[in-house]
Ligand binder design. Structure first.
Ligand SMILES: Nc1ncnc2c1ncn2[C@@H]1O[C@H](COP(=O)(O)OP(=O)(O)OP(=O)(O)O)[C@@H](O)[C@H]1O
Ligand SMILES: [Mg+2]
Length: 362
């Protein structure tokens, strides 16, 4: 005879295949109903990016375990509920977005915005609700990279800002409000206030992920963000050569200081394959990102080669994840999005359910 207690005991021994962690302590198990020899199990999948193959495997592990424990018929229901930490307080600046993912680098021009845009779009293609905040207030490039919006930003009746919408994601950027050729000069406190507005006064609605494209380096924007909102994690972008790697190390050190978890490192512009002759050229050297990830003890999240379509997509406003979603390099971004979302979920599920602390900069 199977009982609810036996179901729970049995499932405490079952690991989910994406995290290889038991489904009880990581709160993937939600509830169960037992009627006679039949068992109904409800599971909460913590991210839309959870791979389909892992869902099938999880289903089969649960079913096998419960049948081994005496159940005759097992029904497994899965619902995606994006895992997130509770807000730091009721007065939290940011309401709506569940997880903020920062895309950062030490150096300029290594592809942060390209990665941020394609990462956000790839996350949205998993079915998640996604926003993109262009936190590069000094050199906003998101409006160019996303092209004309489906809906431009506007003022809501309640004095709040309705974000623009591009390719199904909500977007806000200083670039929507200043002239393209105007030089933007912001002092630290102004940057702080502007970010506070972009986070608090923008009607983001409910979002699973808010991706933040950061300016290069370790300056005011990074510090302000860490003080204003809890950041679920940072994806660090580097190119393979030493000058970029050295600066990423500084970026990682800064994030660690303000307790922002590093989700992993992605190496952009890893190599170039000539479309005419197939020659593989490592223009900026190769493997620096992977080496760095090993050295600092974080995940290597993959390589993205130099691809004319990636550059063109950025200039023309139709990123490769939208223009050629089945291409190999779009799939690299999809893969990156999956790894980032799983890393965020793992960070949340591995912690007890308590509110995160915000950085206090002394
Ligand atoms: N993998 C790639 N293949 C081809 N072009 C790329 C690739 N990654 C980025 N680019 C191009 O390189 C340029 C710089 O990229 P991007 O603007 O994303 O860098 P960034 O790190 O955000 O720069 P900044 O520090 O100025 O904000 C852009 O023209 C972009 O289209
Ligand atoms: Mg940029």
């Amino acid at each position: 005879m199977i009982t609810e207690a036996k179901v729970r005991d049995t499932l405490a021994q079952v690991n989910d295949p994406a995290f290889e962690h038991d489904i009880m302590s990581w709160r993937i198990f939600k509830s169960c109903e037992v009627s006679g020899d039949d068992v109904l199990v409800k599971l909460e999948i913590p991210t839309h990016a959870y791979p389909d193959a892992a869902k099938r495997e999880l289903h089969s592990r649960v079913e096998t375990a419960l049948k081994g424990a005496g159940a005759k018929r097992v029904t497994v229901m899965m619902e995606v509920v994006t895992a997130h930490l509770p807000a730091p307080s009721d007065k939290a600046v940011l309401k709506g977005p569940k997880n903020v993912i920062a895309v950062a680098a030490g150096k300029g021009g290594v592809g942060k915005s390209t990665v941020a845009v394609n990462l956000a779009l790839a996350l949205s293609r998993t079915g998640a609700k996604v926003g993109l905040l262009d936190a590069d207030v000094f050199g906003p490039s998101i409006p160019t990279m996303l092209g004309p919006p489906e809906r431009p930003p506007s003022a809501a009746e309640n004095q709040r800002i309705v974000p623009a919408q591009h390719h199904g994601i909500k977007v806000i950027s200083v670039g929507f409000f200043v002239d393209k050729d105007e030089a933007v000069v912001w002092r630290g406190p102004m940057v702080h206030r502007l970010l506070q507005q972009f986070l608090g006064d923008v009607d983001w609605g409910e979002l699973d992920y808010l991706v933040c494209d950061l300016p290069p380096g370790t300056g005011d924007v990074q510090l302000s963000l860490s003080q204003l909102i809890p950041i679920a994690g940072a994806v660090m972008v580097t190119t393979p050569q030493e000058v970029s790697i050295v600066d990423v190390v500084k970026g990682i050190a800064m994030f660690e200081k303000v307790e922002i978890p590093i989700l992993g490192i992605v190496e952009n512009m890893s190599y170039y394959v000539c479309p005419a002759c197939g020659h593989h050229d490592e223009i900026f050297s190769h493997g620096g990102g992977k080496r760095l990830a090993q050295e600092v003890g974080t995940k290597f999240m993959g390589e993205i080669p130099i691809d004319t379509r990636i550059r063109f997509g950025g200039d023309a406003g139709v990123p490769i994840v939208v223009s050629a979603p089945d291409s190999e390099n779009a799939r690299r971004f999809t893969d990156l999005a999956q790894k980032a979302a799983l890393a965020v979920a793992a960070n949340v599920l591995s912690k007890p359910k308590r509110s995160p602390r915000l950085a206090v900069i002394k």
